[in-house]
Design a binder for this molecule. Structure first.
Ligand code: GLN
Length: 544
């Protein structure tokens, strides 16, 4: 029998619902249970693929090529269950399939309505994840948005029905709220009381409350909240503000026995808890020595979530290399104006120079010149460089412009008239008209070339990583580029597509066409991120 945990949020957004749901998942896995995570997103987009990183943060990509909400990235970093298209449910998908069925006449003349047809579709998708694998013990379903939002009503109604249909003790509601502090340092519980009332109006009595608060709530406050929300005294927990790392949250929840209370409510016997890997991770966190400054040169710099997985992967790599990674976020447009790049990246830059440069993924022409400048600077000054997707294409453009001397070398994404289109459209992309879900997406295999940084990092010949791009290293320039020294670190299995380029005579300069950040975990950093940070650390050491 499957058990369900519905995680909802109230009072306001950005309380860390995704991290709370993931931390609970990690704790339950620590007790030997098989957990699956599902995100329900109330937006009408079919997937996150068409949303601007400014609007909604990064697009997380799964092995099967789903372009999902960034919360799936949290699930991937905290838990080990597989994630695919099925784990991300949006209003857009639900309506798309209900409307398709209606057009096919499958509702047999009935009037198609939010209840029961939309809610049934939501329930069917959640149940499908539960049934996918016979070993699944618990499914955690995070409902996006805040209770009270018009958009999330069908999802809450589906949750209510599933809780009812599963029978007592087989499905519970975990609700996350905010306990704000007002002038004078007083903590206020009223918004939480209102938030639970809003849940009750939807027909759901939360079983467990997680209160986001500046500090650990004291016993009288917890009792007061429990009394006014109809929740048991021992089921009110605090997710207090921390200045260490979000990866400490599973342990913070463990100390409060969140997992034990949840399992008791679900009628699941609690087995011995093994959180060894989380403790080891915190030990690495606390024993880091020194710092490397990594210049991230991109175009969506104002919003941290735009490059969420990249920043997390840098942090994971720092844990493994024993150093703190300081992010120096540089809008590439700033580099375009700066002359020379040295004034922004070099030792005399305000705040000091960077020990490594990372150019992440991106789309569109804006800021490209600044990224090429950053790559050139790193290449010439032998500063470790890591290019991801667009960042690899930038290396190829730089090589064309600044080593081969083709001033107009470019990607056809940015200049269709270039006489040297060193990066161009994948052939299969030429006829594509729709934007949604049509890139080269998901897991593809790359074969490492012997003697490359790539093969030194992975220590395996064939690796699988996730892609999300339309453009590609143009093969007609392969000969001239490699003859002048640009190295090919990896290709697809048939040798046709270049998956990695590397700089010769350089401490560590590498670009990959895929996104290794999606598979990086705090307990196991991505090998490429790890070697990039190790190179930045070692080169800094040499300079000193
Ligand atoms: N815009 C580039 C392409 O489509 C790079 C994509 C990316 O960085 N994810 O190929």
């Amino acid at each position: 029998m499957n058990k369900f945990i519905f995680v909802s949020g109230g009072v306001c957004s950005s309380l860390g619902k995704g991290v709370a749901a993931s931390s609970l998942g990690a704790l339950l896995e620590g007790r030997g249970l098989n957990v699956r995570m599902v995100k329900c997103d109330p937006y009408i987009n079919v997937d996150a693929g068409t949303m601007s990183p400014y609007q909604h943060g990064e697009v997380y990509v799964t092995n099967d090529g789903a372009e999902t909400d960034l919360d799936l990235g949290n699930y991937a970093r905290f838990t080990r269950g597989p994630l695919s298209k099925a784990n991300s449910v949006t209003t857009g998908q639900v309506y798309e399939s209900v409307i398709k069925k209606e057009r096919e006449g499958r509702y047999l003349g009935r009037c198609v309505q939010v209840i029961p047809h939309i809610t049934d579709e939501i329930k069917a998708r959640i149940l499908a994840v539960a049934k996918e694998d016979a070993d699944t013990d618990i499914v955690i379903i995070e409902i996006g948005g805040t209770v009270g939002d018009i958009e999330s009503i069908p999802f809450l109604e589906a949750a209510r029905q599933l809780i009812h249909e599963s029978g007592r003790g087989n499905a519970i509601s975990v609700h996350l709220t905010l306990i704000p502090e007002v002038a004078g340092g007083e903590l206020k519980t009223k918004p939480t009381q209102h938030s639970v009332k809003a849940m009750q109006e939807q027909g759901i009595q939360p079983d467990v409350l997680i209160c986001r608060a500046p500090v650990m709530l004291d016993e009288p406050t917890r009792r007061k909240i429990a009394l006014f929300t109809n929740i048991e005294n021992d089921a009110v927990f605090t997710s207090y503000d921390i200045d260490t790392t979000i990866y400490a949250i599973p342990l913070i929840f463990f100390d409060q026995k969140v997992d034990l209370v949840v399992l008791k409510k679900l009628g699941v016997e609690a087995r011995h808890s093994d959180l060894g890997q989380w403790h080891a991770m915190m030990e690495r966190f606390n024993s880091r020595k020194g710092k490397v400054r990594i210049g991230v040169v991109g175009k969506y710099m104002e919003l941290h979530d735009s490059y969420k997985s990249v920043y997390e992967a840098l942090f994971h790599a720092g844990l493994e290399c024993g150093v703190e990674v300081e992010l120096v976020k540089i809008d590439s447009a700033r580099l375009e104006e700066a002359d020379p790049a040295e004034s922004v990246l070099g030792a005399k830059a305000p705040g000091g120079g960077v020990d490594g440069v990372l150019v992440p993924g991106g789309f569109g022409q804006r800021g490209i010149k600044g990224m090429v400048k950053a790559a050139s600077w790193a290449r010439n000054n032998k500063v470790p460089y890591f290019g991801i997707c667009l960042g690899m294409q930038i290396m190829v453009i730089d090589w064309g412009r600044n080593v081969l001397g083709w001033e107009d070398a470019d990607s056809t994404e940015f200049n269709q008239d270039s006489k040297h289109p060193v990066v161009s459209l994948l052939e299969e992309q030429e006829s594509v008209k729709n934007y949604g879900g049509t890139m080269r997406l998901g897991a593809w295999k790359s074969v490492a070339q012997p003697g490359s940084f790539f093969s030194a990092a992975y220590k395996e010949k064939v690796v699988s990583e996730r892609h999300r791009h339309r453009y590609e290293f143009a093969n007609r320039y392969r000969k001239e580029m490699t003859e002048t020294g640009l190295k090919i670190g990896a290709t697809t299995e048939d040798g046709e597509l270049v998956e990695c380029v590397e700089w010769p005579n350089h401490p560590w300069g590498l670009g990959v066409q895929f996104h290794p950040e999606f598979k990086s975990k705090p307990t196991a950093a991505s090998p490429l991120f790890r070697d990039f940070i190790a190179a930045a650390r070692d080169e800094k050491q040499k300079r000193l």
